[in-house]
Ligand binder design. Sequence first.
Ligand code: GLP
Length: 243
Amino acid sequence: MEISVCDSYKILSKRVAIDIIQHTQPLEEPLVCIATGETPKGLYKELRERYNQNSLDISNWRFIELDEWLDLENDCEGSCLRRLNQNLFKPLNVNEEKVCCFDGKTNNPDDECQRVESFLQSYGPIDVAVIGLGMNGHVGFNEPGTDPSLRSHVSELDSVTKQVSQKYFSKSKQLSKGITLGLADLREAKRLILIVSGHKKATIVQQVLEEKISKNLPATLLRDHLNFTVYLDSDAANLLHPI
Ligand code: GLP
């Protein structure tokens, strides 16, 4: 695992955009997974700017969604798909056929997980996965206690996640479950990137990077991935101890 501390959020976003582009460039049909949440907004912007300046061709990329709320309309305010559509897929003219997303409104979540896993079997493993970090150490909706051998699955949202995630909605929302790629899927990604910004995350960053590997801090279970970089801005890195 490599840790890259960036002087600002802007620099972090730029470096991650360059990282993704460098890793996808030699590939014929790269499969890319980019998280939603607040943290990747700067990255989306970097990718949009490059696309608009004609310096980024993503016509051969495929995308897979990291996670989604279960039982919410797919395109409702706060949904992961809506964020990806608005910030990335529509501005970059991504063809719908190139995208695999969880249907959060499905009547049969098990079949839905199976469908996503079949996509991964056909087009995976993921070439580059860019994930964010929850305030409880979750990645995707792999909440504390998650079995690391799981692939796509339904997860019971942790109380921290339910509370923190209200920020994605203008009115208070009843959130109970998520549907997510599992740690086993993420661990198989050829390139794994974790992005974290802001002083609010400094404590969880310190725990995830310096405490013992544990199911209770799901992101620690990625630490031994062989091609893994954690990009932090200086606020998020504030409590790390010098090596
Ligand atoms: C959310 C999402 C994740 C996201 C993480 C961090 O709950 N399930 O996909 O990466 O938590 O979100 P944020 O960047 O808003 O802090």
